[in-house]
Ligand binder design. Structure first.
Ligand SMILES: [Zn+2]
Length: 213
């Protein structure tokens, strides 16, 4: 199948496309399969708007599923907690977009992450990158929540950590199983967040922050 080999405009995609030739092989394979799906649906593959769709879908899948690339985890440099800071660190309202592993359509929302440091701390911009990395896979919201907290606990060895995720699932909304706009909430807790008092402090801070918006 002849493929349009324009250089991708997105710098990240360009970098990937210059990587192992496996990139274009994989685009071609996805495109080939996707045109079969389009044929089954009776879509005219010679239509001006559909002609390049299989190829676009191939490149898009490799982009939105880039979190599947082994060894591509975001760098997560920690620093010694020299100030002996031992209060809660919260990063709230981290927007994420993921894809439901059961239906392959999006679910999206916000993640709230907190930890109480022990010997290590991390630059706060790193936490959204962890969320982003694991969200770029076909996912279950529950598994996504666990993968994020597992990485934080592994790298930070904190006194405790919590991840709360709220998301809308288009597989529920578009298929009319549940009412549109419903949020699904998942959470994962480690260490001192098992303690009700600590958890309440987190929830109070989260509520306070949302009231301030
Ligand atoms: Zn689903």
């Amino acid at each position: 199948m002849p493929r349009n080999r324009r250089e991708p405009e997105d710098p990240d995609e360009r970098k990937r496309s210059q990587g192992p030739k496996a990139y274009w092989d994989r685009v071609d394979q996805i495109a080939g399969h996707f045109s079969q799906i389009m044929e089954v649906l009776g879509l005219p593959l010679d239509d001006a708007h559909l002609r390049d769709t299989p190829d676009r879908v191939g490149r898009m899948y490799l982009e939105i599923f880039r979190g599947l690339e082994e060894g591509n985890e975001p760098t997560f440099t920690t620093f010694p907690n020299e100030e002996q800071y031992s209060n809660m660190v919260i990063v709230k309202d981290i927007e994420f977009y993921s894809v439901c592993a059961h239906h392959m359509i999006p679910f999206f929302g916000r993640a709230h992450v907190a930890y109480i440091p022990d010997q290590k701390i991390v630059g706060l911009s790193k936490i959204p990158r962890v969320v982003d990395f694991y969200a770029h896979r076909p996912q279950l919201q529950e598994r996504l929540t666990e993968q994020i907290i597992d990485l934080l606990v592994e790298k930070l060895e904190p006194q405790g950590a919590i991840v709360v995720m709220e998301a809308r699932h288009l597989c529920m909304e578009m298929r009319g199983v549940e009412k549109p706009g419903a949020y699904t909430t998942t959470s994962a807790i480690r260490g001192c967040f098992e303690d009700q008092v600590v958890r309440k402090e987190f929830l109070d801070l989260l509520m306070k922050n949302s009231r301030d918006r």
